[in-house]
Design a protein around this ligand. Structure first.
Ligand code: NDP
Length: 401
């Protein structure tokens, strides 16, 4: 009997609990909790209809540690899967320590009042989790998540050392709307408006946001412009694979998306500091989120594919080799299976698979771990079986961009 508590009834949480319910031999008892219980109930109804499994639901404000501890104890969960927002990571880790259960998330902690994401806050929990004999898995989505497992698998099976890594994230999906983000708009806009940063020769190199553009031919999608960005797995990969000379992250954006974000930024709508409006403090970016389309509702409208992977160069027995490892995922196929678009799907499925690694006893060492520190093999096998098949090919040489 493996009981799990999932926190966060958004796009990702919905996919994760559908996939958990499809694997009831691993997840025998599932509770979904979120601030708004009706969202949990809607997802539970869909799980019942699509999969025939009953899941439990609860209202929870995860910022309230005592309430989270009480719910963990009430459910008897041995693992909490945090699919709420990055702001809740530390309080949910605190609750897990207090309740004596394991922890997993898909995004690193960010303070709400500062667009700054780094692992230092969560890595600071290393000793607490070790001493408690508990496991915390950080970043079990696609990126971070699968992209780090891909790197670990390449290092385990194809290369002795990694010299450079480029992570390429392409969403070739089209939802027909003039502007919509494909996951939480607040988190997405904070990420894309942050200055770009990549790792090169032992230091971080910074450049203005959306400044460095390269056209790349993505299999299953076609040619797309991708932009150099900062992404959190660059920090953990360069820490845990110290031999890496260069690590970069690229994401595709269409011209219309860039134009909208530029205008919103220029007029102050992406600000995260409070402004007074009619006698009340509001955060412009949070207000913007309230008027933008809900990413969870985009599934029925989105057509096309995502293509996310790593191009990795390193050496094997003294010979330089380059590998491209990736997954291509179809928005419409995801919607047909679980009622969500591919961005939620490519995050929710790895969250389920990471949780399965903990519950199956594969990832149980006490402490706080990033995905590239863990054995990749069963996770990679499960990707192939549970909707995110991957391919690996050897390229003629390192990337030329
Ligand atoms: P959504 O905004 O769709 O969902 C977030 C959910 O969290 C909402 O249902 C919200 O509840 C709930 N929530 C927020 N605050 C609290 C709280 N204090 N207590 C309890 N529940 C809360 O986001 P997504 O599903 O798109 O994303 C979920 C997570 O996945 C985010 O952290 C995101 O950064 C991460 N992510 C990771 C990716 C990866 O590849 N690693 C890719 C995409 C996303 P309510 O609606 O009731 O307010």
């Amino acid at each position: 009997m493996s009981k799990v508590l999932v926190i966060g009834a958004g796009g990702v949480g919905s996919v994760a609990v559908h996939k958990m319910a499809m694997n009831s031999e691993i997840f025998s008892d599932i509770t979904l909790a979120s601030r708004t219980k009706s969202k949990c109930d809607d997802i539970a109804a869909s799980v019942k209809e699509r999969v025939g499994v009953e899941i439990k639901t609860a209202a929870l404000d995860a910022m309230d540690v005592a309430a989270t501890v009480a719910l963990i104890k009430e459910t008897g969960a041995s693992l909490v899967v945090n699919l709420a927002l990055p702001y809740q990571d530390l309080v949910i880790m605190d609750a897990c320590l207090e309740a004596g259960v394991n922890y997993l998330d898909t995004a690193n902690y960010e303070p709400e009042d500062e667009a700054k994401f780094e692992y230092s806050w969560q890595w600071a929990y290393q000793d607490k989790f070790k001493q408690a004999g508990l496991t915390a898995i950080l970043g079990s989505g696609f990126d971070p998540g699968v992209t780090s497992v891909f790197a670990k698998w390449i290092k385990k099976h194809k290369l002795d050392t990694i010299r450079q890594i480029d992570i390429l994230d392409c969403n070739g999906g089209d939802n027909g709307l003039p502007f919509a983000t494909n996951f939480n708009p607040e988190i997405n806009i904070r990420e894309v408006t942050a200055e770009a940063r990549h790792w090169e020769n032992g230091e971080w190199v910074t450049s203005p946001a959306m400044n460095h553009k390269v056209e790349f031919e993505f299999e299953g999608v076609g040619p797309k412009n991708m932009y150099l960005m900062y992404h959190e797995e660059l920090e953990s990969l360069s820490t845990h694979f110290p031999e890496i000379e260069r690590a970069r992250f690229w994401m595709t954006f269409g011209d219309a998306y860039i134009n909208h974000v530029t205008v919103l930024q220029n007029i102050g709508m992406t600000r995260i500091d409070p402004v007074m409006y009619e006698g009340k403090e509001i955060i412009p970016l949070q207000f913007l989120k309230a008027v933008l389309p809900n990413p969870g509702d985009l599934g029925a409208k989105t057509k096309g594919k995502t293509n996310i992977g790593d191009i990795i160069t390193g050496s094997k027995d003294g010979v330089e080799k380059t590998f491209y490892i990736k997954n291509i995922c179809d928005h419409e196929a995801c919607f047909a299976e679980v009622g969500s678009q591919a961005v939620s799907y490519t995050t929710g499925v790895p969250a389920m698979i990471g949780a399965a690694q903990v519950l199956k006893g594969n990832w149980t060492e006490a402490g706080v771990w990033n995905m590239e520190q863990l054995d990749p093999d069963d996770f990679m096998d499960m990707l192939n079986v549970h909707g995110l098949p991957w391919t690996v090919e050897e390229l003629d040489g390192p990337v030329s961009f």
